[in-house]
Write a protein that binds this ligand. Sequence first.
Ligand SMILES: [Zn+2]
Length: 306
Amino acid sequence: MINERVGYFPGHVNVGLVIGEKGAILIDSGLDTQTAKKLKKGLDAIAQPLCAIIQTHAHADHFGGNSYLLGCWPEAQVYAPPLEEAIIRYPILEPIYLNMGAEPPADLRNKFLLAPSSRVDHLLPPEGDIEIAGVPFTILSLPGHSWQQAGIVCDDICFAADSYLGEEILEKHKLPFLVDAHETIASLEKLLASRYKGYVPGHGPFTTSSQEAVSKNIDLHRKIYREIEDLLREESTLEEALARLCERLHITIENASSFVLFRTAFMGYLVGLLRQERVVYRFVQNRWLWRKNENLVQDGAEGEER
Ligand SMILES: [Zn+2]
């Protein structure tokens, strides 16, 4: 526990715990039934029934435990951000969007990309205060890693979801997953300006100040922006450019899951760069070609993003 009623179950994915008047509230539920069984043991050990699960976002490793937990406690209520909620109810949407909207092949239907479906009973507000099972929470909008990712604050402890990665994990990932680099950086800047008593990221250690880890995440995203801009001095398709970026970052892609995750993240960086007019594209011989915008006038506002 971090304080009297707020704590977390540490793991590959940290699962937040808040003790309410009538039982426990979990923030996310981990990857799968195996994780969920451990959570159940943990709740049994403190004699707390589950009364709610608050989802931060709809990635399989954050809601894969719902199915088992809701089987044990059918009366528990599930809260999720809008849009994320749709994917939690129809988890096949994750392999579908990673496969560019087409029918996902068997290799994209593993437990890391496709969790069992779960009901969602309540939508979280995009931002602001909400009472859940008698406990006041503040919802922070932290989009970028996913479309409507939410940070969950209780008793001045911020569950920051995957808005930033712990430093060790950041180094391992090299090219962090995101759907919009621009929003990712804006969310990180919002966190950087926050002063909560404690921070629990989805992946990484609890800290009393997240500033160092958050700054490192921002630095990495900006470095990747510059790398992409630099390699797009040679005009290329998304997939060619991704292969070249992976070489630079010493990433070796060996399966379909990693490929589609990296490809989506790469597109997330490209749309971020496009928004700042740092890249442009055109269509040549049926190819969608991207290149650095050499005509960009670097004014103050633009420079800030770097
Ligand atoms: Zn995630």
